[in-house]
Design a binder for this molecule. Structure first.
Ligand code: UDP
Length: 413
């Protein structure tokens, strides 16, 4: 385990996103937590939604005067193969839970736990299944509050994996899920909280970019801004359905021969499957040079993701399962219309036909892409409604508020 490095942020800059009453409430809740310390733990510092959130949440909470650290658990390939299998099976894959998988999981939990033996944090928030086992080594349960935060879609999990995980979840004082449908069967825990993940409106990924500037940035990847562009920004992962997105593009191209597709993906250090799916997508794209597949290894960083989200005509997030899908809110915040898979947390962000479209199949997705490409005014209207929804529900300030309420709540328990 090691502490993650974060770049300082200024809480005052975020006051503009809150009303007077919320600002006052936040001040009071922080005051109650004076003298208390908090640790958050996850498996990777870069790549994927959890790292994205913690890079904003941790420095902002520090700047509010809270004593909070972010720890990254140590893992190697064998461990991340196991935890990716956990991720897939918790989202419904049918693989068997082998003893070898359990042994590897236990080995890394125990190895990382050596670091926590002398921890005296008042609150510990463990993100996702990778570090969930640390709870077995918690010191003096009456002196601290441990919370497990689930970011994945566990609405229809593989029962063997869910039961295995449940034995750990029940050692926690509380669990947070993104939505009620994700609470697996039979979970017996005193406190359940429902919190949606947030985007940071002032991060490099989300600050306003002029359209011309965004177009100039993505031109570096061969995008021609005089032609329509559809983009999906995701890890290369079966649940994100990058191959389905290529099929959508092929249908759309029949009516809009000038359309371009960008698949933009980051390779997360805790996602060993990513390379396989990247190569699969490259093979499926073949020699169609209007499909651009780019990653952090081609120079895609936060600003470039921002530019793709700002300059695309449509953003797709055609997931088959999705814990939340930050990319949906990120795009809506920029006023870009989104078509998302009709699943999990995407349903919280897209109200079908109002703030975007929800789709179940490749054909339906292609049809909605065509609808939006033919009706720019409708696309703008939906995107504006989407941006308003994000402003009300999915900004980082709301997320901090929820955590502060949760810690205050636990303190009184
Ligand atoms: N992301 C990125 N670069 C990429 C692809 C994704 O920075 O090339 C970011 C994306 O903008 C979002 C996060 O990674 O902030 C992905 O979060 P999401 O909730 O959509 O999916 P997850 O990867 O957590 O399943």
């Amino acid at each position: 385990m090691r502490k993650a490095l974060v770049v300082k942020k200024n809480y005052n800059d975020y006051m503009q996103f809150m009303d007077e009453r919320t600002r006052e409430d936040m001040g009071r809740l922080v005051e109650n937590l004076r003298g208390k310390s908090i640790a958050m733990v996850n498996a990777t510092e870069f790549g994927g939604g959890v790292a994205e959130i913690l890079h904003s949440l941790i420095p902002l909470m520090q700047d509010m005067g809270l004593d909070i650290d972010w720890w990254i658990m140590h893992g190697e390939k064998e461990f991340f193969n196991v935890t990716k299998a956990f991720h897939n099976c918790l989202q419904g894959d049918e693989a068997c839970l082998e003893q070898e998988t359990i042994d590897t999981f236990f080995k890394y939990s125990q190895m990382n736990a050596q670091k926590i033996l002398n921890w005296d944090y008042d609150f510990v928030v463990i993100h996702d299944p990778q570090p969930i086992g640390l709870v077995s080594w918690r010191k003096a349960p009456e002196l601290s509050h441990w919370v497990w935060r689930c970011h994945i879609d566990t609405s229809a999990p593989n029962p063997a994996y869910w039961q295995f995980l449940q034995r750990y979840i029940q050692q926690y004082d509380a669990a947070i899920f993104t939505m009620k449908e994700f609470v697996g069967e039979g979970l017996d825990i005193d406190r359940l909280y429902f919190i949606t993940p947030p985007i940071d409106p002032l991060s490099h990924k989300n600050i306003p970019l002029k359209k011309e500037e965004a177009q100039r940035i993505i031109a570096r990847f061969g995008i021609d801004s005089s032609r329509p562009l559809i983009t999906q920004i995701s890890r290369f992962d079966p649940w994100k359905d990058p191959l389905g997105v290529i099929e959508v593009y092929k249908i759309v191209r029949k009516e809009f021969p000038s359309v371009q597709l960008a698949l933009v993906g980051s390779m997360a250090s805790d996602d060993p499957e990513g390379w396989d799916y990247l190569y699969m997508a490259l093979r499926r794209a073949g020699e169609d040079y209007d499909i651009k597949i780019v990653t952090n290894f081609n120079g895609v960083s936060n600003l470039e993701v921002n530019a793709f989200q700002t300059a695309s005509d449509i953003i797709l997030q055609k997931s088959i399962k999705e814990g939340f899908g930050l990319t949906v809110s990120e795009a809506l915040w920029k006023g870009t219309p989104v078509i998302g898979g009709n699943t999990g947390g995407i349903r919280l962000q897209i109200e079908d036909g109002v703030t975007g479209y929800l789709v179940d199949t490749v054909e339906e997705c292609a049809e909605k892409v065509l609808t939006l490409l033919r009706n720019p005014a409708l696309a703008d209207e939906m995107a504006a409604a989407g941006r308003e929804k994000v402003r009300k529900e999915f900004l980082i300030t709301t997320n901090i508020y929820r955590y502060l309420m949760l810690f205050n709540d636990l303190m009184q328990s």
